[in-house]
Design a protein around this ligand. Sequence first.
Ligand SMILES: [Zn+2]
Length: 361
Amino acid sequence: MRESPVSLTIDLFADGVQHGFFKLPISTDESAWGAVMTPISVIANGEGPTVLLTGGNHGDEYEGITALYKLAARLTPEDVQGRVIIVPTMNALAAKAGRRCSPLDGGNLNRSFPGSPTGGPTEQIADYFTRVLVPQCDYALDLHSGGRTLDILPFAAAHRLDYLEESLGVEQCRLQEAESLAGALAFGAPSAMMMFELDAEALYDTAVERQGKVFVTTELGGGGSTTPERQAIADRGVDNFLAFSGVLRARSRVDLEQDIERQRASQADAPLLIDMPDASCYVQSEHEGLLELRVALGEQVTAGQCVARVYPLGRAGQAAVEYRAARDGVLVARRFPAQVSLGDTLAVIAEVVDDLAREAS
Ligand SMILES: [Zn+2]
């Protein structure tokens, strides 16, 4: 396969702190010999694990983007044993435009993996992650939130890795899944989840998991902005994940686990554990119109309960269409804008469980 056309302005292997870019050549009406400039920081100090922290995979998900810009400005080589690679805006042009997808080619980066060195710009950036950045890391954390069209109960998540059993072997899959779940719990968001993806094939998540890496994803809010409370969850979560990976000199994984134990002991702070067993969690619209959500994020619902109504816009006196939960659970995500179209996800209802670990067989 062709080498990646991306080049770096910094040395990924040097100790110290470096802030620069990875550059993808592009040729547009505005810039004949131009480049997509994606900010990247490396903070490294001797032996230890490599942690890859990413945000802005979707450009309008600001909690993670903000947390990583803050971290890049504050982390010093003295804080670290090993290497921390930070990419606050994976899809840099989308982030600049305040959009989910790239304004250059319309590409949704998180539907473009593993990518291609000969594809469009978004696929070329995906390929650079898949073949250059991800292989270098031991732990990866990708920070998402709902963006402009969703609002999501803040959680960190891992995935069931049954799909990798054939390629990686059952033992590796179980270890990797357990370690990823431990990472999601260590992140310390108010909720932790085993996440079911509607279409996992072209996700960054899948590209990372296929390489045998410990991988945690998050959803930290949404609506295309941040709040102080949600930003604090993102900031604390990033620090916790670094401690979990063993890359911080001042705070070990043992320290972190003691913090988690203390948290569990005080029931008020224990995380809500949620599972998404299958696609019945998703309530999607078959109508267009005005949305009225009937339950709030975090609220319990029962199967058959009306969770949303959609009113026709432009004609009075019409009955609303009611959307009902297909399962018992808690509302973990909702559509954010009040207008809906056919196919929009209106609500996501996940199951509350006592334990997310796989039952011993
Ligand atoms: Zn996202």
